[in-house]
Ligand binder design. Structure first.
Ligand code: ADP
Length: 288
């Protein structure tokens, strides 16, 4: 293996420490305040899940673990129980800085309606149409955490983005599209591939930064990359052998410049991005 390994676990550990420090500073600042009505509580993260959907429950649990490690209190809510009313009350609860509706919901339409009910100022996983619109327009926005994790890894490992050709495989609302917007905002030349792309390998071979977000294990094979590519694998598909990425790691790692493993790449960084946005939501005084 000649590629540099872009280690997400190591970065997550660093981020955890950094976020804990920011949180302490934030809460400490409140304690020093002269104001009569300062809010003593640490900003909390509310997570709503459909308890009937194991994947959503697992995601919620991993987010909760990460939050506790940073020091962010978590409120878990069961989406089967008056969820719309729950969102409305979380929206106006001053102790709740962030709200995440863990997807998927058994009833996808219901899940989407709940997301749309989140106050955009508390939308710490960038799931609302308001934040998606802001991001697409290049305006400040809360952004889906997986997309932010891609940027965090590129930055942490000093990968130049400006002027580079970035190719993204996948155009989902949670990964492909927001990654495209973030890379565009950082002056990359961006190509977005999807199911109807005619010759995927021809596109991916030209990538200096290749982001795989198709949810298809092993989709990116060694003949589809070039030697100077930095490969970021956002795939997380559960298989009988464990979690599988979109990249044939054993084949691709020896022939590229750098690559994220799965597991241990984007995965551990993602919850840290939610928590960073929880802290940002409370720092910017959006708590209403
Ligand atoms: P995720 O949430 O991981 O982004 P989705 O299933 O929502 O996954 O979206 C998958 C995306 O990947 C879609 O945009 C789809 O067009 C793209 N995709 C899936 N399979 C392929 C493929 N074989 N080649 C190119 N793009 C693909």
């Amino acid at each position: 293996v000649s590629a540099r390994l872009l280690d997400g676990r190591e970065l997550a550990t660093r981020l955890r420490r950094e976020l804990r420090g920011r949180l302490e500073a934030l809460v400490g600042a409140g304690e020093d305040s002269e104001s009569e009505d300062w809010e003593p509580d640490t900003p909390a993260l509310a997570i709503l899940t459909d308890a009937d959907v194991p994947a959503a429950v697992l995601y919620a649990a991993s987010l909760e673990r990460a939050a506790r490690a940073v020091g962010v209190p978590v409120r878990m809510l069961d989406g089967r129980d008056e969820p719309a009313a729950a969102i409305r009350s979380l929206n106006v609860d001053p102790q709740v800085a962030g709200i995440v509706v863990a997807q998927p919901f058994a009833d996808a339409v219901a899940g989407r309606r709940l997301v749309e009910a989140i106050d955009p100022a508390k939308d710490v996983d960038g799931a609302t149409p308001t934040n998606a619109g802001r991001l697409a327009r290049g305006e400040p926005a809360f952004v889906p955490a997986t997309a932010l994790a891609v940027i965090a890894i590129l930055e942490a490992y000093g990968v130049e983005v400006a002027g580079r050709r970035a190719v993204i495989v996948g155009r989902s609302a949670v990964v492909g599209r927001p990654v495209a917007s973030l890379l565009l905002a950082r002056d990359a030349t961006v190509v977005v591939c999807h199911r109807a792309t005619r010759n995927l390998a021809r596109e991916t071979r030209r990538a200096e930064i290749l982001v795989a977000a198709a949810g298809v294990p092993g989709l990116v094979r060694p003949e589809m990359v070039n030697r100077s590519a930095v490969v970021i694998d956002c795939g997380i598909t559960a298989t009988p052998e464990g979690i599988a990425g979109d990249v044939d790691f054993a084949g691709v790692a020896p022939v590229v410049r750098a690559i994220t493993p799965v597991p241990g790449g984007i995965g551990p960084v993602t919850p840290m991005m939610v928590l960073r946005q929880v802290i940002e939501a409370s720092e910017s005084g959006h708590r209403s």
